[in-house]
Design a protein around this ligand. Structure first.
Ligand SMILES: Nc1nc2c(ncn2[C@@H]2O[C@H](COP(=O)(O)OP(=O)(O)OP(=O)(O)O)[C@@H](O)[C@H]2O)c(=O)[nH]1
Ligand SMILES: [Mg+2]
Ligand SMILES: [Zn+2]
Length: 343
């Protein structure tokens, strides 16, 4: 007998799977064939379960259905949207860190809604200012508080049916929010640990919970360090408020740094400086990755000059990511003058 199920959580080497027909939960192993082919199983995966033992509530995952989406941090498959949970205070609101989460969600082409927690801890004007700031980046925001219950009903309305995941730094109030939405969950929450207002990484794994009306929400561990996963040329598209200006720069492959005729530079967007910081980071990351995957191709020219017996190597950036050399500057200015538009 083959049964369809949904992976709710991973516990050590077992997966807790809810059977779609019965609603029963089984503890399942991953079939050896899946292990051999390197097929991973994520929370949110739709799977086929075989070898069901109804007495011990055990089974085995035989197949993982193709995924619609996959978010890597926190790891979850097939989610309808991401609730990005950030505190208005404790820890202090940090637009750069929030942008980091949002960019990675945009990279995976998922919809983000921003929950601004601890609304009881700040005055109304702070809620307004931060809310408007995030809305100007084209995200819906919902201020919430588990103390006053403000925003909880609105949040449930906004969600609608589907699978969602809570993403945000440790201590932002993700587990507290789930407890407020469904008190019987009684999830463990942690205090803020230090002067910086950082959390204590209380939640340790991703787990999906039903909060009624066919809404499933996954609690997840908080992250303080989040590496950007997008490519330099795709970064601007991960800032929704930049999108109306994209495609109108003078150069088709414009990275919106110092290029003339750049529509993004002249638009005076609030997050432009965040974009520049992130761009530098993803350029360095891409160069290092290229160097690691193909060390020979990453060497400049003949590459290795031997000085005092040691090889000096310079990583080679993809052509569009390089700053123009002074030798070719004149040529490039001719291009910028419109003699040779676009590459
Ligand atoms: N004043 C106030 N405090 C809150 C609110 N929500 C959460 N907190 C507090 O924030 C702290 C952290 O809450 P958690 O729910 O554990 O945070 P988390 O995001 O799940 O953290 P990790 O599991 O570590 O990722 C706890 O001390 C909560 O009591 C709120 O709406 N108002
Ligand atoms: Mg938690
Ligand atoms: Zn540009």
């Amino acid at each position: 007998m083959i049964l369809a199920g949904l992976v709710l959580a991973q516990e050590a080497n077992y997966y807790r799977v809810r059977l779609l027909s019965e609603g029963t939960e089984l503890l399942c192993t991953r079939r050896a064939r899946l292990k051999k082919t390197g097929q991973s199983v994520y929370v949110g995966d739709k799977v086929e379960v075989v070898e069901v033992d109804w007495q011990s509530h055990r089974g085995a995952i035989n197949l993982v259905e193709p995924r619609d989406t996959l978010l890597h941090k926190p790891p979850i498959a097939n989610c309808t949207g991401v609730l990005v949970v950030f505190a208005l205070s404790e820890p202090p609101f940090d637009p750069v860190q929030l942008s980091r989460f949002l960019v990675n969600i945009e990279t995976e082409q998922l919809k983000a809604t921003v929950c601004l927690t601890k609304a009881d801890a700040v005055c109304e004007s702070v809620i307004q200012v931060i809310g408007k700031q995030v809305q100007s980046w084209n995200y819906a925001t919902i201020p919430v508080s588990v103390e006053t219950q403000i925003g909880l009903a609105e949040l449930l309305q906004v969600l609608g049916q589907g699978v969602y995941v809570l993403a945000g730094p440790s201590g932002a109030g993700k587990s507290s929010l789930l407890n407020a939405l469904r008190p019987s969950l009684d999830l463990r929450t942690g205090n803020i640990s230090d002067r910086m207002g950082r959390g204590k990484h209380t939640t340790r794994h991703v787990e999906l919970f039903s909060i009624g009306n066919d809404i499933l929400v996954a609690d997840a561990p908080g992250f303080s360090q989040l590496e950007l996963t997008c490519k330099p040329e795709s970064l601007a598209n991960c800032f929704p408020e930049f999108r109306p200006h994209l495609g109108t720069c003078q150069f088709r492959n414009c990275l919106h740094q110092e290029e003339p005729g750049c529509a993004i530079q002249s638009a005076h967007l609030e997050r432009y400086s965040i974009y520049r910081t992130f761009l530098e980071e993803v350029i360095t990351h891409t160069a290092l990755k290229q160097q690691n995957t193909d060390p020979d191709a990453a060497l400049k020219g003949q590459g290795q000059q031997r000085r005092s017996g040691k090889a000096t190597t310079i990583p080679r950036l993809a052509s569009q990511l390089r700053t123009p050399s002074r030798r070719t500057a004149k040529q490039d200015l001719r291009q910028w003058d419109g003699i040779e538009e676009d590459e």
